[in-house]
Design a protein around this ligand. Structure first.
Ligand code: FAD
Length: 509
């Protein structure tokens, strides 16, 4: 099948009947619900750009399974070049939508399962990798969108899955049959879930032997019996029903459109099961997924920064302060922070390496540093955007008042900028900055791909602290320094004896 266009993707969703709940209502036709439209448009952009010759190089790749051209969101990275193009794709889509375009979680889940099932089969004689490749071929040939579902509800975070009061705190295997497994539980915060074609499930953490039933990975079509979705609320979300202007980014919204996915006795046939009890590999699949996912944030969030920096410059200019030195300085600060994060994303891609499966993985240390920077710097550049835009971003009256003829004149007067700038455009730009800097985008930068402590744990684990201690000990003359000995042409002890003798001679002479 050819690559789907944006419209073909939306058409493909029309055939799917899901059980979705939002604000107390049951919704079966996702494509007809106005609240969901902007999120669907954003995902459609990942399809549309793949058809544009200008972006084909970044947005598509050659499948290692079939040799066919596929959307990069369904591709297993085959080289460093693929890893670099992946983060370029993230930045591009952030620039084109100003929000989360949802598909990276699924992409990272596909790559993490590919890498881990290869190792499992090699070590344990299982056949998960071949089954996964069949599933992947199906995803690629039909150009499907996969939601990546890793995060369990997790109840008491200090307890392992098997020690929780409720078994549903973690998604788990309830029963194994000759035909497959039956699973129950939930996955929380799942981006793009209601407008995907497939749900790809991974375990959420490393597991012990007691947790074997929770070490489960599989894929099911979104409309599988027993699966239902409860769509999340976001700051100012219902504004999109009232007025395009008030919603800030009426085309593409903010963050990804998350949902809780409930699995109630869901049957998964064995050909779609990629881990069922191999608890020793739960940690590997989680870490591999998290590494890929954290590297993305230096792409997508920098794309969003490009938009918000442009918006800040635009508003400063419209208000007649575009050339003020502190504004130029602040914009430069925003750019510098964004490009720092971009450098991190590029670095962890260029420093990637081939795994035994043949797929390429990012450098995990640098990927975790990338995401940790994002948890801070997004807040920082959004703070500056709010500084430049002014308090109007949270005091602007609604479009309903702006369109009242008797109010319009005075509101135009209140919010106009320098001569020649259309006040309607000022309203649009202020609302965009409000949308991007005040709402759900900030906690997404904090917690998406894991909270900061999760990155710090990975950084600490890979810090090579012993090696750093050895470096310090060598410089401090606690350990021998073979290069120093070569430089001075003597064993170190003799060299320092000579130095001591010279100093003594100076003091006494
Ligand atoms: C916008 C958005 C989109 C997302 N999309 C997806 C998605 O598509 N797929 C997916 O699988 N997940 C997704 N997530 C989930 C994301 O990975 C989690 O939000 C993240 O892992 C944090 O989990 P939590 O929100 O439950 O917070 P918590 O785990 O409750 O964290 C809150 C605090 O508790 C600390 N904490 C947690 N556990 C422990 C512990 N054991 N010991 C000590 N401290 C602890 C954390 O470090 C943090 O400081 C998304 C999240 C957001 C916000």
């Amino acid at each position: 099948m050819a690559l789907m266009t944006g419209q073909a993707y939306i058409e493909s969703l029309r055939e799917l009947e899901l059980e979705v709940y939002f604000m107390g209502q049951k919704i079966t036709r996702v494509t007809e619900e106005p609240m969901f439209q902007p999120h669907i448009h954003t995902a459609a952009m990942t399809y549309e750009l793949a058809n544009d010759p200008e972006y084909r190089e970044i947005m598509t790749a050659t499948s290692n399974l079939t040799g066919e051209t596929v959307n990069r969101f369904t591709h297993i990275h085959q080289s460093i070049d693929d890893l670099v193009k992946k983060v370029r794709m993230m930045r591009l889509l952030g620039q084109k939508t100003g929000t989360c375009f949802q598909r990276c979680v699924g992409l990272d889940a596909l790559n993490a399962i590919y890498v881990t099932t290869f190792d499992m089969d090699r070590d344990r004689g299982t056949d998960y990798h071949e089954k996964f490749k069949n599933f992947l071929a199906h995803v690629q040939s039909k150009d499907l969108m996969s939601a990546g579902a890793m995060t369990d509800p997790r109840g008491d975070r200090s307890l392992r899955p098997s020690k929780q009061n409720s078994p549903d705190a973690y998604l788990h295997i309830k029963e194994r049959t000759n035909e497959g497994i039956i699973v129950s539980g939930a996955k929380a915060h799942i981006t793009g879930a209601i407008n995907s074609h497939e749900i790809v499930v991974l375990p959420t953490r490393a597991m012990g032997a007691d947790d074997a039933d929770y070490a489960v990975s599989f894929a099911v079509p979104v409309n599988t019996e027993g699966v239902k979705y409860i769509f999340s609320r976001q700051t100012n979300d219902t504004r999109r029903l009232d007025s395009p202007l008030d919603s800030g980014n009426p085309k593409y919204a903010i963050v990804g459109g998350e949902a809780v996915i409930v699995f109630k006795d869901v049957f998964v046939p064995w050909e779609r099961v990629f881990m069922a009890g191999e608890h020793e590999y739960a940690g590997q699949i989680v870490e591999t997924f998290a590494g890929y996912h954290r590297s993305n944030y230096g792409g997508c969030k920098v794309g969003l920064a490009d938009v918000v920096i442009g918006a800040s410059d635009w508003v400063a200019d419209a208000h007649g302060v575009g050339r003020a030195s502190h504004i130029v300085d602040k914009l430069t600060e925003m750019i510098s922070m964004a490009e720092t994060c971009w450098s991190c994303a590029l670095a962890c891609s260029y420093e990637g390496a081939k795994t035994p499966s043949g797929a390429y993985n990012i450098n995990p240390m640098l990927a975790n540093v990338t995401k940790l920077n994002i948890t801070r710097m997004v807040y920082e550049w959004m703070r500056i955007a709010q500084d430049i835009a002014g308090g109007k971003i949270i005091t602007l009256p609604s479009e309903m008042d702006l369109t009242q003829p008797e109010l319009r004149e005075v509101l135009n007067e209140c919010f106009r900028g320098r001569e020649g700038v259309d006040v309607d455009d000022i309203f649009k730009m202020l609302r965009l900055i409000e949308n991007m800097s005040v709402g759900a985008g900030l906690p997404e930068a904090m917690h998406g791909a894991g909270s900061p402590a999760a990155q710090k744990i990975m950084i600490a684990r890979r810090s090579g602290i012993e090696q750093k201690r050895a470096l310090a000990e060598t410089i401090a003359r606690i350990r021998p320094d073979k290069y120093f000995e070569k430089i001075v042409g003597l064993p170190e002890t003799d060299y320092w004896k000579n130095v001591a003798a010279r100093i003594a001679e100076q003091h006494h002479g």
